[in-house]
Design a protein around this ligand. Structure first.
Ligand SMILES: Cc1ncc(COP(=O)(O)OP(=O)(O)O)c(N)n1
Ligand SMILES: Cc1ncsc1CCOP(=O)(O)O
Ligand SMILES: [Mg+2]
Length: 211
């Protein structure tokens, strides 16, 4: 089911990342423009919980289905299972991959890897891709670690020549070319799309680097 082209323009967003009440509109516009994967990351001051979160996830999932774009749930293993999402993204401090693989057979599994120590201590057997970052400073994650810069991507690609890598953190359509040139298979972004006044343009700008 997974292929690394899905990582090309990987949009991540939840309620708190977009202007008030705009998440469905923003996602629709991003899908229309050609994003290749979406992650539902419901965190921060306006985050929904419980039934409201589930109802929103179901609406966003059906939007993604209409565009044939994989819908990935961030952190929330039980929600991903309940709605039969296309996959789950977990970080180093989240549920361990070994505990979820049984329930996510045939699904997409992503893992965050921020440095080589984390890479070394991760069992990547069942992991489809790694999210590597933050590459640059980000205002979208309050507990983000120190940015590793473009060197983090370049060295991670040399460290593992095969694993699909999606870069994350402070990515824009201006620095994307360098990131892809350093060996990432794609970029993941919150603010450059979620806060854009011209989503079609931003997504088109990203996609041009893969031609
Ligand atoms: C594609 C991608 N890469 C990295 C992350 C970060 O995951 P994590 O470190 O678990 O932090 P939170 O996003 O859960 O705050 C990601 N979400 N997606
Ligand atoms: C979730 C996450 N993990 C590392 S940086 C980050 C936030 C990325 O957001 P932005 O694309 O706005 O910098
Ligand atoms: Mg997490």
């Amino acid at each position: 089911m997974f292929n690394k082209e899905m990582l090309r323009v990987y949009f991540i967003a939840g309620t708190s990342d977009v202007p008030d009440g705009q998440l469905e509109n923003v996602l629709k516009s991003a899908l229309e423009a050609g994003i290749t994967m979406y992650q539902f990351r419901e965190k921060g001051p306006h985050a929904l919980t419980g039934d409201d979160k589930e109802a929103l996830a179901i609406r966003l999932f059906s939007l993604c289905k209409a565009y044939n774009v994989p819908f990935i749930v961030n952190d929330d293993v039980s929600l991903a299972k309940k709605i039969d999402a296309d996959g789950i993204h977990l970080g180093q401090d989240d549920e361990k991959i070994e505990n979820i693989i049984e329930d996510f057979k045939g699904k997409i599994i992503g893992l965050s890897v921020g440095n080589f120590e984390e890479y070394d201590q991760s069992d990547l057997t069942h992991v489809d891709y790694i999210g590597v970052g933050p590459v640059y400073e980000t205002s979208s994650k309050s507990d983000a670690k120190k940015p590793g810069g473009i060197e983090l991507i370049r060295k991670m690609r040399l460290y593992d020549e095969d694993i699909p890598i999606v870069a994350i953190g402070g990515i824009t359509s201006t620095n994307c070319e360098m990131i892809i040139g350093s060996g990432a298979d794609g970029i993941s972004t919150i603010s450059s799309i979620a806060r854009s006044k011209n989503i079609p343009q931003v997504v088109t700008d990203y996609l041009q680097y893969y031609k």
